[in-house]
Design a protein around this ligand. Structure first.
Ligand code: 5GP
Length: 193
């Protein structure tokens, strides 16, 4: 088991409805030493890529993205949830369905902060059905930028997102892939990587 898998086994809680709660180190309280280890690992896995920007989505991706960015020495842009309509046309917009909150959000990124010159690493905490990632991919495509890779902390491999995104041909690196979990006894199975 790698460092993140060990931490998930130690402190993760399996909830009904295929939810893994990792509030004590990732989603609410944040373990910055752990985030630094994740940053180092993503830097190693994307070492050959000309990444000049990191893109994530609010809220829970932001903390990880910031620490990862300190290993790449590049800025972080996060897609913001927004109710307002894009009257001036100065933002890229994507629709994202939230897995955890079961609602649809419009997310926006200002055109000032993403362009065809950008080589983007997308970072997020979880990958489940892939809606959040598809929204971010759409925003980079609208900007004419290049997605150099996608780094995820925890992928739930029994949901469809990972397969869909890998089929698109992206380099998708998940530090832990959960292939099964059981709320009744708290057990978690990881994919061998
Ligand atoms: P997706 O869009 O891939 O279906 O879901 C990704 C988003 O949903 C992540 O950004 C994360 O915030 C949230 N999410 C999905 N599954 C889980 C889960 O099992 N646990 C937690 N804590 N968040 C999840």
């Amino acid at each position: 088991m790698n460092f993140l898998e060990e931490r998930i086994v130690k402190d993760g809680i399996v909830k009904e409805g295929n939810i893994l709660k990792v509030d004590s180190f990732l989603n609410h309280q944040m373990d910055i030493d752990l985030f630094n280890q994740m940053g180092e690992e993503f830097k190693r896995r994307f070492a050959d890529k000309p990444i000049n920007k990191i893109l994530t989505i609010e809220a829970s991706g932001i903390g990880i993205a910031c620490i990862v960015a300190s290993h790449f020495h590049v800025p972080v842009v996060f897609a913001k949830k927004s109710q307002s309509i894009n009257i001036d046309g100065d933002v890229y917009v994507a629709e994202v369905e939230s897995f955890t909150h079961k609602c649809k959000n419009q997310v926006i990124v200002s055109k000032k902060f993403l362009s065809e010159e950008d080589h983007v690493l997308i970072i997020d905490d979880f990958l489940a059905n892939g809606c959040a990632l598809q929204g971010l991919l759409s925003i980079v495509a609208q900007a004419g930028g290049t997605v150099e890779g996608i780094g995820i902390a925890i992928e739930k491999g029994f949901q469809q997102g990972g397969r869909i995104i890998r089929n698109f041909g992206y380099q998708l690196e998940s530090l832990a892939i959960v292939d099964g979990m059981d709320a009744a006894n708290g057990s978690i199975q990881f994919r061998e990587q």
